[in-house]
Design a protein around this ligand. Structure first.
Ligand code: SAH
Ligand code: SF4
Length: 342
């Protein structure tokens, strides 16, 4: 069965007209799906019953089956394992932080990039997610929060997969999250993270949207980067910085770089200095992420002292930074820990 969430607004309008219904029904359906948090065709009390019946015979609303839920002891992090209709598995995370409800969403089942330190890459790639499956993850959490009088405040596309290798579905989903007539989350509250697919960074810049772009850099030179990220042999740091510059120029937004700190690999003083040289002329922010453990990866985070040293070198070069704590790592819900296995 087709999923209604796969339609953008104009396709939905066409479908409504094909059912011999007036065009305004599309806006009622859209509002029910994305604003009023309806999850079942019976909820659409704004539609005539015969229309609800024919919609329910033709279209699914949610196609994700939540198989398993894990919670941290402090209840601030929840991880959901979803089964897709074809049996593939993906995970999403809800993080509570002060008055923020952030959801971390997947864009692919698995990932073909295969970074050595990441659990998603370990099991390989299965397939791209559909718009309905990306948007469906957000609606799942939105419905839950709605039931307790809350809403999602931030969305990060930092779950499983490389969003820019599923570009079209990802962009359509971002627009859906941002749509003022729908989920209505501000573009500045939505972050997309990429391993650095430069031609897509340029394409994304040309969209001229205000979404936050994060680039996973992880090394100050190509040699180390290639050891960590197999795909880095196709995308040099020089090209990445060039595409990031283009993004900054086109959108007037700063870039965030993510840098996973791994002891004895990419985290000594010289490497910090080298990174600072690369980035100090750019309008950027650096998130330092002490590496989370994964069963197959033996690397460890550096000591707190080394992390602070690395951070101070960036700061003293005028680069703003955040040292990220890994919320949810006790339930394998931290960065790079989503494996999508039962
Ligand atoms: N594929 C995209 C988005 C998903 S990963 C990307 O790589 O950017 C989100 C972030 O988690 C990335 O910055 C990634 O490098 C980081 N990450 C992956 N494995 C990690 C680990 N073991 N510890 C800490 N961060 C990790
Ligand atoms: Fe894929 Fe990102 Fe994990 Fe690398 S870090 S394997 S790009 S999900």
């Amino acid at each position: 069965m087709e999923n209604i969430l796969d339609f953008d607004y104009s396709t939905l309008e066409e479908k409504v007209l094909q059912l011999n219904e007036p065009g305004f029904r599309a806006s009622q359906i859209w509002e029910g799906l994305y604003k009023l948090n309806y999850s079942n065709w019976n909820d659409f009390s704004n539609l005539p019953i015969p229309l609800r019946t024919s919609l329910s015979q033709q279209y699914n609303i949610l196609s994700l089956n939540p198989l398993k839920e894990s919670n941290t002891i402090d209840q601030k992090t929840t991880k959901i394992l979803f089964q897709l209709e074809d049996g593939n598995l993906v995970e999403s995370v809800h993080l509570v932080n002060k008055n923020r409800n952030t959801v971390c969403i997947s864009t692919q089942a698995g990932c073909s990039v295969g970074c050595t330190f990441c659990a998603t890459g370990e099991n390989g790639f299965f397939r791209n997610l559909l718009v309905s499956e990306i948007v469906g993850q957000v609606l799942f959490f939105s419905h839950r929060l709605h039931a307790i009088g809350q809403r999602i405040t931030n969305i990060v596309l930092m779950g499983m997969g490389e969003p820019f290798l599923n570009y079209d579905a990802t962009l359509q989903s971002l627009k859906r999250f941002n749509d003022p007539k729908g989920i209505a989350i501000g573009a500045r509250k939505i972050t997309i993270s990429t391993i650095g697919i430069t031609e897509k960074i340029i394409k994304f810049a040309d969209e001229q949207r205000q979404f936050k772009l994060a680039i996973s850099l992880h090394a100050p030179d190509d040699k180390i980067r290639e050891e960590l990220i197999p795909l880095a042999n196709k995308y040099s740091i020089k090209e990445i910085l060039k595409s990031a510059n283009y993004y900054i120029l086109k959108t007037n937004r700063r870039i965030t770089y993510e840098y996973v700190l791994i002891n004895k690999i990419n985290s000594n003083r010289e490497q910090a200095q080298k990174l600072a040289e690369l980035l100090k002329k750019q309008n950027c922010h650096v998130n330092l992420i002490p590496v989370n453990s994964n069963s197959h990866f033996k690397g460890k985070p550096p000591s707190i002292q080394s992390i602070n040293e690395f951070n101070n070198i960036l700061l003293s070069n005028g680069i703003s930074t955040t040292i990220r704590n890994s919320q949810g790592s006790t339930i394998k819900a931290g960065c790079g820990q989503l494996a999508g296995i039962k």
